[in-house]
Design a protein around this ligand. Structure first.
Ligand code: MN
Length: 292
């Protein structure tokens, strides 16, 4: 049975600036509430934008996260990051950084130096994935999932990269698995289709499921989803068919809901107000380490 579409949410008319480097359209928790789409907490889409060359790297300076994971997917342009655990790296097009903030971390995110100097198209998604209560105090760490590590399914007219979870396509004997290790079941597929290309796959009805049209106009089951729209599915039916009306890029997101209270305050996402006060206090006392 086809998965039923609940709503197709257009991009807002105006982006938000996150720092001075991320010109984003927010879909969660603006268009879709966190509880509705659990375990997904936040989705910011930096739709393609041409940044002029800059001697200074644009971005977001040092800030904390606690109690969840940040997932950064680079499509165009490169993002550099540094954190209070002493790690740093660059997320290049096709790469994903899956950061588990857990117990608390400080980091900064900005345009990579060479990209900044050259300027040019920049396109990215940042997704926040909640952690179940039992894993919120895990030690902070991240997975640097480079493009070559993705589960890859060549299609007659395109390619599906599996970042997390598993993709089962009709006629393919094996499920394609993604490299990301997740705390609860999550699917994240980066699907690229040429005009006229098509892909069909099931996602469990129990999963909260959505897709973001990064580029191009597509048909989803029997509905048209325009470029930069966000398609939210009901928890009814399993089968999703995507047809590309032009060359398209689609991000499929789904996850088994975490049925626990969500209390969030900016970059802290916990289960109770008490835990939020504690997180703010810990941050203020420097318990998340230092980063300049
Ligand atoms: Mn951050």
């Amino acid at each position: 049975m086809n998965k039923i579409i609940e709503s197709i949410i257009p991009r807002s008319s105006r982006p938000n600036m996150v720092g001075d480097g991320f010109r984003v359209f927010n879909f969660i928790p603006g268009g879709v509430q966190q509880r509705r789409i659990s375990p997904l907490l936040m989705l910011d889409f930096a739709a393609e934008y041409n940044f002029a060359p800059s001697a200074r790297e644009r971005g977001v300076d040092v800030h904390p996260h606690k109690g969840f994971e940040t997932v950064t997917i680079a499509y165009k342009g490169s993002v550099a990051h540094h954190d209070s655990a002493g790690s740093s790296g660059v997320i290049n097009p096709g790469d994903v950084q899956w950061m588990t903030a857990g117990n608390g971390i400080l980091h900064k995110e900005y345009h990579e130096k060479e990209y900044s100097q050259k300027g040019g198209p920049f396109e990215m998604v940042q997704l926040w994935v909640n952690l179940p209560k039992k894993d919120k105090s895990t030690a902070p760490h991240y997975q640097a999932l480079t493009a070559d590590k993705m589960g890859r399914l060549e299609l007659p007219q395109g390619v599906a990269n599996v970042i997390a979870g598993q993709l089962a396509v009709a006629g393919q004997p094996d499920k394609i698995k993604g490299p990301a290790e997740t705390y609860t079941p999550v699917n994240l597929f980066d699907i690229k289709l040429n005009k006229g290309g098509e892909i069909s796959f099931p996602i469990p009805a129990s999963h909260n499921t959505a897709l973001l049209v990064i580029e191009g106009n597509i048909m989803v089951n029997d509905s048209t989803a325009p470029q930069h729209s966000f398609v939210l599915f009901k928890n009814e039916g399993e089968d999703i068919t995507i047809k590309a009306l032009e060359n398209s890029v689609v991000l499929l997101l789904s996850g088994e809901p975490i049925n626990e209270p969500i209390v969030s305050y900016g970059p802290f996402v916990m289960n109770t107000q008490e835990e939020i006060y504690e997180a703010i206090h810990d941050f203020q006392r420097g318990k998340f380490g230092t980063l300049v």
